[in-house]
Design a protein around this ligand. Sequence first.
Ligand code: CP3
Length: 349
Amino acid sequence: MKIKNTRLLQALKLEPVDVPPVWLMRQAGRYLPEYRELRTKAKNFLNLCQTPELAMEVTLQPLKRFDLDAAILFSDILTIPHAMGLGLSFQEGEGPQFAKRIETIKDVEALPIPDTENALNYVVQAVQLIQQELNGRVPLIGFAGSPWTVACYMIEGSGHKNFITARKMAYQAPEVLHALLTKLVVATTQYLKGQILAGVNVVMLFDTWGGLLTPDYYQRFSLSYMKQIVANLKADPQTAHIPIILFSKGASVNLEAMAQSGANGLGIDWTVSMRDMRARVGNKVCLQGNLDPAVLFSTPQIVQATVRQLLDEWGAHPGLIVNLGHGIEQHTPIENVEALVEAVHEVKR
Ligand code: CP3
């Protein structure tokens, strides 16, 4: 299908654009009343992800309100461990919880590689439905978690503020962690290939917890495994043409190494300046970010001024995708999201 709005794809190819593309991590979610309504109907979050018609509807909700330059598949990074049989549930207000967790090499060996044709087929169906509805309006981003970030949840068994159990494993039983990450590379490559064959136009790896690692361990346990996924997708003629974005939150100390990963774009959190990041990697790779999600709790005027500052600092260079430095927060006022998107597109007028 021919895509009409190609800003995101052009930015990822470092081509000039009329205005930088803008989309927001977690753009579909609880800050939208129409999301909360569907979520109540679906009873729980997993039903919402696993019912392709509902996942399609939620994906499109933010695009009905805002002039966004991309859609992102509504799903979660924990669908892979869920399909591996770890028993995922989301307790109200408490985040994800697994019935089983990974402790030993036997636990890793017992994990199946989920089949995108069966266990994860709901994602394939959702992508197909979304593309029918989008009808080429904007590109659709598919995604998965990075092996390290997904492993954090599988080892911890739930969310945690610093994933100490997973970090301890990196020192106490690195062979178990390496075995798990190796398995996740295979599963994630297949999963992303399934999304690409179903029709996504870009893929992104969310490495939310890469920044918990030392620079040495980041390269060993997070980046090296993301690189394998990038290499796998770029080596496969069916997936090689799809741009890839890596987002390691809190890990910009490793930016030069990330820029060597083969990915087309890098996500940047809000704790660093985009201008500094660009100076470090030059025009080799597209950068995505990096507004503080907290600025969306100010006023439309402040949001607008913050967006202008980002665009001014960036200048006329190609390769910018405007986004937040992490997911949009739950109680974000909608008018400020509107102001953000409009402020980006205003530079054209
Ligand atoms: O960006 C989008 O709009 C696409 C949808 C998306 C979700 N999760 C939906 C979601 C994406 C890209 C994710 C990725 C994800 N999931 C990450 C990486 C990015 C990040 O935010 O750091 C992580 C770490 C997860 C795991 C996860 N899923 C957690 C920790 C939670 C609970 C915390 C929370 O915010 O509630 C989820 C649930 C989740 N995933 C929700 C949504 C909209 C909220 C579920 C609800 O409606 O209650």
